[in-house]
Design a protein around this ligand. Structure first.
Ligand code: V47
Ligand code: SF4
Length: 399
């Protein structure tokens, strides 16, 4: 077949089952998938088929462009009131001596450590504790902004906001306005887990529910700010629950357009109450990225969080709908290493990230949090770089 698109080539395969033919035709016609289509893909679609569909959407939206940013994480505490069964990171209040609880000054010291580094974002997230209240976080955001106004503060999730607003007796609207006035620039995607109460109540009972999580994002979007969304998958949820999760996100995105990126988070089973639950396979991880890319037609970006899945799977994911690799991170987050993630000390230099992306023939771009281009690395050469003839010659980046 001459000049046929990858989807047309896929459709030329007469052995493809009729359900998959219908869905491929919908994707080709840019028609939105239904929840039934989503479940059908999870149940029946082979990896190669999903790769063709997801990659054609990715390339139509972004070509080969693959984004990353320079960020660091600040985790005020790992002591937490809640007892999510998947969490390897938190310590109960009665065992608080096993964890850490930073003061404002401790955190400003961490912020100052990055003074001479070209980071653009601080990602702040941690456990939920009464002393970290509305005033505490508003003061912290203000201090960070006074010290380094251009540093983007991507901070806390609806889990913390729901708690501190209730405790401070302010509405979600008033509370989010106060946080934005204090310096909040955007909200990360955490705390979403799985929205459906059948699963949420079991793994994350007690913290904000799906409606509350979505409402807080909606309010932030209406204040002109952006946020991210995640889904913790590969544990006790069924495919229907994943599709329900994607559907709720797609609906809110239709309303506000305020989500920037969707980040599927693979459940890791070390050192938590769900250690008996096996982890998903790499094939399932790639299928999940691809279906997310296909289903979330109104999301610009799909992000692979490399410290969680490892560098090689992150590279593979770029052929399954992913176009963002998160950041350089430094060694500042403990959430995943404590849960048995691939990367024990997650840190990659810009050069490593650029190589990792070029290594699979994609075009690396450093972005800021809002996806403005900071540096285009397509033809960039590092001063000490060996010249390679093509991507097949680039050194293999191992986990
Ligand atoms: O909500 C906790 C997850 C999330 C485990 O917005 C686990 O740019 C797997 O949301 N196995 C917090 N996942 C982190 C997060 C995030 C990460 C990177 C980028 C962004 C962003 C947001 O981590 C929690 C929970 O879903 N998590 N424990 C575990 N054992
Ligand atoms: Fe606390 Fe968050 Fe861990 Fe749940 S996932 S126990 S809210 S730190």
């Amino acid at each position: 077949m001459k000049n046929s698109s990858p989807i047309q080539t896929l459709l030329a395969d007469k052995s493809l089952d009729s359900g998959l033919v219908t869905i491929a035709n919908k994707v080709q016609a840019k028609e939105r998938l239904t929840p039934e289509d989503g479940v059908y893909l999870f149940e029946h679609a082979p990896l190669g088929y999903l790769g063709v569909l997801a990659n054609s959407i990715r390339e139509e939206k972004h070509g080969d462009k693959t984004y990353f940013n320079r960020n660091f994480h600040l985790e005020p505490t790992n002591v937490c009131l809640y007892t999510c069964t998947f969490c390897s990171y938190s310590r109960l209040i009665k065992k608080r001596e096993e964890g850490w609880e930073y003061t404002e000054e401790d955190m400003m010291e961490i912020i100052r450590k990055y003074d001479d580094q070209p980071v653009t974002e601080v990602h702040i997230v941690g456990g939920v504790l009464p002393q970290y209240d509305l005033k505490f976080y508003a003061d912290l955001f203000r201090k960070i902004k006074e010290h380094r106004p251009e540093l983007h503060v991507k901070a806390l999730t609806p889990v913390e906001y729901h708690y501190i607003f209730k405790k401070g007796k302010v509405s979600y609207e008033e509370g989010m306005k106060l946080m934005v006035e204090a310096g909040l620039d955007s909200m990360p995607g955490g705390g979403a887990e799985i929205f459906h109460p059948e699963i949420r109540d079991e793994i994350a009972g007690g913290k904000c529910n799906a409606e509350e999580w979505l409402k807080i994002h909606e309010i932030l979007h209406n204040l002109g700010k952006r946020s991210n969304a995640t889904m913790l998958y590969g544990h006790i949820e069924k495919f229907e629950h994943r599709v329900d999760h994607l559907e709720r996100l797609r609906n809110l995105q239709d309303k506000t357009g305020g989500f920037q990126t969707f980040i599927p988070l693979k459940f890791r089973n070390k050192n938590n109450q769900m250690s008996h639950v096996p982890e998903s396979t790499v094939v399932e991880d790639l299928r999940n990225y691809a279906i997310s890319r296909i289903y979330l037609d109104n999301f610009s970006h799909i992000k692979a969080y490399w410290p969680m899945i490892g560098k090689t799977t992150a590279q593979l994911s770029l052929a399954f709908g992913v176009n963002d690799m998160d950041g350089t991170i430094d060694d500042t987050t403990k959430i995943y290493s404590m849960a048995g993630a691939e990367e024990k000390n997650p840190a990659m230099s810009t050069k490593d990230l650029v190589h990792m992306i070029k290594n699979v023939n994609r075009h690396p771009i450093e972005r800021d949090t809002l996806y403005n281009v900071v540096t285009d690395f397509k033809d960039h050469e590092f001063p000490d770089e060996i010249k390679y003839k093509g991507y097949m010659d680039l050194p293999v980046i191992n986990n």
